[in-house]
Design a protein around this ligand. Structure first.
Ligand SMILES: *Cc1c(COP(=O)(O)O)cnc(C)c1O
Length: 434
């Protein structure tokens, strides 16, 4: 499999290059070529299998010519030790729960697959890889837990002191082993600036193989297609067209769905559901893409004013607005609507949803009303409600239990290296720690 940049479709790089250098030098985004198109029969035969087996079969299409069958099998088994079940609220309405992985959010799927792939290549090259990542909370948790105990990979996470939730901080600082947290006396942007400078530091790069676990990495996107297949397998017996609604911020999750649709998965339509950061719904309506200043909302993992995967999503539709809006409808909702929907889901179905998931259901039902079509709708549940415990409890008026695997972290000891908000103090501490 080769990967081209959306900015220069004629030159390509290897899978290994795309994996370790998330972004092409021309600042485009990597896309696979040629995209395997096994067609509907392939997915019909595959969709009843486990997430790991679905991942294995699709991985073979992508990487079968460079990674052995045995290794691809092991990579998928290691990455997907959990399921992505569809919970049916009623006929025609299901919730695809993507939060049964270790950090309780769908980002586990991409992070774990990428970690297993990096481990594979670093073993082959006999070279330890150092991942540097700045986080405002959620991504760092998925990366830390995804890469924990992965051989051949060490992870350093920079986070702004006092600005992540207690639970998020525990995910970053209690694992130990190959995961090291740096607590920066600054903001998330400061953390990101330090990481950027590290990648430009010639001295550091000559000593260590540095890499990022950036969310635009195509190896985080490809595995996110696997759970759309798994979901299709769980709802297709109803015999109706399938519509997915994806609560979106940077639009990696939705891009992954469209990618697997183009490979042949029979998806009738997609819904792009957002909060007030409505750039993509507005583009669908007007044909004009206008990034905006980010607005803070209660569905904060989707507070993105300039979605980094928009280019990919447009590219997948031949950069044609007509093709885009024929395949994807877009809707956005404010915090009040989000709270009301969380409450309605609880009162009507006894289902406890995080705010992002509630927006997914809102988008799906809005599309149902506007289209008048009959279909099986599946809303993606991107995070466990316990990740937003205070908010969810306030809205539904009852306690939310924290899953055991997260609750145990609360009692573990935090270990971090505190650094000043400047590059030199990071570099000194980092070189001492590795
Ligand atoms: C990251 C995230 C999203 C947004 O996903 P994108 O792929 O960036 O569109 C939605 N919900 C939750 C809970 C997230 O963590």
């Amino acid at each position: 499999m080769r990967f081209y940049s959306t900015n220069s479709p004629t030159s390509t790089v290897s899978a290994e290059e795309a994996l370790f250098h998330s972004m092409p030098a021309d600042k485009g985004l990597y896309m696979p070529t040629p995209l395997p198109k096994p067609g509907r029969a392939f997915f019909d035969a595959l969709a009843d299998k486990s997430l790991a087996d679905i991942g294995f079969a699709i991985s073979q299409l992508f990487f079968g010519d460079e990674i052995s069958e045995q290794d691809l099998y092991a990579i998928n088994q290691r990455a997907f030790s959990f399921d992505t079940p569809v919970i049916n609220l009623r006929d025609e309405l299901g919730i695809l729960e993507l939060f049964h992985g270790p950090s309780l959010a769908f980002k586990d799927v991409g992070a774990r697959y990428m970690a297993a792939m990096m481990s594979h290549f670093s073993k082959r090259n006999d070279k330890e890889v150092h991942i540097l990542v700045a986080t405002s909370g959620d991504t760092g948790g998925a990366v830390a837990m995804g890469f924990h105990n992965v051989p051949g990979v060490r992870v350093s996470i920079l986070y702004p002191t006092g600005r992540v939730s207690d639970l998020q901080e525990k995910q970053l600082t209690t694992l130990g082993g190959n995961i090291q947290a740096f607590e920066v006396a600054g903001s998330f942007d400061d953390c990101q600036a330090i990481v950027k400078q590290a990648f430009l530091d010639k001295e550091l790069n000559s000593q260590l193989a540095l890499s990022s676990a950036n969310s635009i990495n195509i190896f985080r996107l490809i595995p996110q297609g696997f759970y759309y297949v798994r979901a299709y397998g769980q709802v297709r017996d109803a015999g109706k067209p399938v519509v997915f609604s994806t609560p979106s911020g940077n639009f990696g999750n939705l891009s992954a769905g469209v990618l697997v649709q183009q490979m042949g998965l029979p998806v009738h339509h997609f819904v792009a559901a957002t909060n007030l950061n409505q750039v993509v719904p507005s583009y669908i309506k007007s044909g004009v893409y206008a990034p905006m200043t980010t607005v803070a909302t209660i569905s904060n993992a989707m507070d993105v004013g300039a979605p980094s995967n928009f280019v990919r999503l447009a590219h997948l539709h031949g950069d044609q607005h007509d093709a885009f809006r024929t395949n994807i409808s877009g809707y956005y909702f404010d915090d009040e609507q989000t709270r009301q929907e969380m409450k309605r889901l609880h009162d009507q179905y006894n289902y406890v949803a995080c705010p992002h998931t509630a927006i997914g259901v809102l988008g799906l039902e809005q599309y149902r009303k506007e289209s008048g079509e009959s279909f099986t709708g599946v809303a993606l549940a991107t995070a466990h409600p316990a990740k937003f415990k205070p908010l969810v409890e306030e809205v539904i008026g009852r306690p939310v239990a924290v899953p055991e695997r997260l609750a145990v972290m609360a009692d573990q000891t935090k270990r971090s290296i505190q650094i000043d908000n400047d590059y030199e103090s990071f570099k000194e501490a980092f070189l001492q720690a590795v």
